[in-house]
Design a protein around this ligand. Structure first.
Ligand SMILES: Nc1ncnc2c1ncn2[C@@H]1O[C@H](COP(=O)(O)OP(=O)(O)OP(=O)(O)O)[C@@H](O)[C@H]1O
Ligand SMILES: [Mg+2]
Length: 595
């Protein structure tokens, strides 16, 4: 068996059984509905015969009044119709449940699992592609569940029909069996030959979603630089590719379908031909041939249904593979058992000989040693790209060091249980991310907090006043990514979000860069005078902010060059004094330009 055939059949069965196991009752009920439907079809053919013999013929030939027979006919037809309708409702509802419940659970699992993964994993993914997996691939990987119960139910019809034919005449049975086997074989081949193309289509869908997502995300930049045509062209190239692939699959599939649809009456013709010869031999009667042809006609639909299932399997498997590539990602963050102690005030932050690189072969931090006593306010200062953000990310355990340890109050950050470290350490990032929620929702992020505490945190962050002035105050929705706010306002809400949690360690990575220098200095002064129960680490550029700190960690080229108070570092570290002078010149130039 070629690899693809094995993949389609074995792989398909494995996926399908996983989904059936998740919703066994829905599957059982749907198959029951399909079986009842098959039985109703057979019963209806019998009822037609019964009506012909007991009602129609006597009325036509024996002068019986039609009105005498009508109630019986109506009752019989109605009974069959209700039976069929009930079977259809049972099958469709249960199959829908089977499909959509699985789809919903799969989406939940995907999102849950993704959030368990390390940031390194996210760094390697395209957001558009991940969206396409969560949406399109979860839909397509459960697609086969719609026709599956029906196909399972009606396959009984196929078996029954072939057995009935064989009982009529073994030769007719053999011809029918051979014909059906040939058609199913062609259907299986069709599914297998289309399978790689579907793999290409799903991948390409992810590429198109990736480009589209980037275009929407970067709309401002694209418009500002007048590159709309270039973006449209980029998307056009990828969607043309997708269209070509889809057309190729469509044409191939319809070709196979035409072959299948033509072969079904061809089998009937052969049965007729063999049957005629058997009548000549005196083995069967002409009536037997009519019965055989009727039975074969009944088979036409189930045979096509099997084709649909096989075709859907060819779509399901590549989509499932993409879903599984996320579900199987095992770069899970490992947690220990340490529980947070948010009550005991500011915590110390230490590290010993930390080495770290985003990629294995490229060190970003090496030999990093910091020693920050509890309750201190420390500025992290260094040239751009020197590793300041990276250091803060390690302290909040958003990445893990390759070697060395980061200690909060003497406890390795890796030893904290899940969700516990974030109760002690709050990290405010360089770019503030706000959700499409109210100002209040963005600050509390789902934690039930007294309103007074939220107001205090917002006041400290310099956000309370402008939030109050928003149309609906704290209940004003801020739009996706906080689109309705200025950069500085977004940053202050992000800071309030960290402060409201009363962290023992507050890390601000250039978190007030978009705020006016005087407002920034005011916020920092307020943070200091509030005597927060926090150790504060600030990645700072402005001399006014640096001067507010108790001490400075000077970082350059991924190393902590020195740690000490501002004045002594200015004397002992030429690199540091040069950098601070440059900042001062810049600040002075800006102040001059503004006056
Ligand atoms: N996600 C990442 N993947 C790979 N390399 C990265 C990643 N983030 C940062 N780097 C690299 O790590 C180095 C340190 O970056 P980092 O962001 O820590 O610098 P920084 O001191 O905060 O700079 P800035 O002052 O510009 O914010 C840089 O060389 C950067 O190119
Ligand atoms: Mg940075």
């Amino acid at each position: 068996m070629p690899a693809t055939a094995r993949e389609v059949i074995v792989g398909g069965l494995r996926i399908v059984s996983r989904f059936i196991k998740a919703q066994p009752w829905a599957f059982a009920l749907a198959v029951t509905g399909a079986t009842l439907f098959s039985a109703a079809i057979i019963a209806s053919s019998m009822v037609i015969g019964w009506i012909t013999d007991t009602a129609i013929l006597p009325v036509l030939t024996e002068d019986v009044a039609a009105s005498d027979r009508i109630p019986a006919i109506v009752l019989a037809v109605a009974a069959i119709a209700v039976w069929k309708a009930a079977a259809i409702v049972l099958r469709r509802t249960s199959a829908g449940w089977l499909q959509f419940r699985n789809q919903q659970e799969l989406r939940g699992q995907l999102v849950g699992h993704q959030l368990d993964l390390e940031l390194a994993w996210f760094g390697r993914q395209s957001i558009g592609d991940l969206l396409s997996i969560a949406d399109n691939d979860t839909q397509r990987s459960t697609m086969v569940l719609a026709p599956l119960p029906f196909a399972t139910g009606v396959s009984l019809l196929i078996i029954g029909t072939v057995v009935l034919l064989a009982l009529l005449d073994p030769w007719l049975g053999l011809v029918a069996l051979g014909g059906m086997a040939l058609i199913v074989w062609i259907e299986a081949r069709a599914a297998m030959s289309l399978y790689p193309s579907w793999e290409g289509i799903q991948t390409q869908l992810g590429v198109v979603a990736g480009v589209a997502h980037e275009s929407f995300d970067g709309a401002l930049t694209i418009k500002a630089l007048g590159r709309e045509d270039h973006e449209t062209e980029r998307l056009r190239i990828e969607s043309d590719e997708l269209r070509d692939r889809a057309i190729y699959v469509g044409v191939r599939w319809e070709t196979y379908r035409t072959i299948i649809v033509t072969l079904i009456p061809a089998v009937s013709l052969i049965v007729l031909w063999v049957g005629a010869a058997r009548v000549d031999d005196g083995a069967i009667t002409a009536g037997d041939i009519v019965t055989s042809l009727y039975l074969l006609a009944l088979l036409s639909f189930p045979i096509q249904l099997i084709a649909f299932v096989l075709f859907d399997l060819a779509v399901t498997i590549p989509s499932w593979k993409r879903v599984a590539s996320v579900l199987d990602a095992d770069e899970l963050v490992e947690y220990g058992g340490v529980v947070a102690d948010p009550e005991s005030g500011a915590a110390s932050v230490d590290s010993n000989q930390v080495e770290f690189g985003y990629a294995l072969d490229e060190m970003v931090l090496s030999g990093v040693v910091v020693d920050v006593a509890a309750g201190r306010t420390v500025a992290i200062v260094g040239p751009t790209g020197s590793g300041k953000t990276t250091l803060t990310l390690l302290m909040a355990r958003l990445w893990d060091p390759g070697t060395g340890r980061i200690l909060i109050d003497g406890r390795d950050v890796r030893d904290f249980a899940r969700y516990e470290l974030s109760r002690e350490v709050a990290h405010v990032a360089q770019t503030a991310f706000l959700f499409d929620d109210s100002a209040l929702g963005n600050i509390t992020m789902g934690i039930d907090l007294p309103l007074a505490r939220v107001h205090d945190a917002a006041s400290l962050a310099g956000a309370h006043e402008f939030i109050e002035e928003l149309p609906e105050g704290y209940d004003t929705r801020l739009g996706e990514r906080g689109a309705s706010l200025s950069g500085g306002q977004r940053q202050r809400i992000a800071l309030a979000r960290a402060l409201v949690r009363d962290p023992r360690v507050l890390i601000m990575d250039d978190a007030t860069s978009a705020v006016d220098p005087s407002v920034e200095a005011e916020i920092l002064r307020r943070l200091r005078s509030a005597e927060l129960p926090s150790t504060i680490l600030i990645v700072a550029y402005r001399p006014s902010s640096i001067r507010l700190a108790d001490e400075v960690i000077f970082v350059d080229e991924g190393r902590v060059i020195a740690q000490g108070d501002h004045t002594s570092l200015l004397e002992s570290q030429p690199g540091y004094s040069k950098l601070v002078q440059a900042y001062e010149h810049e600040a002075a130039a800006r102040a001059g330009g503004g006056s």
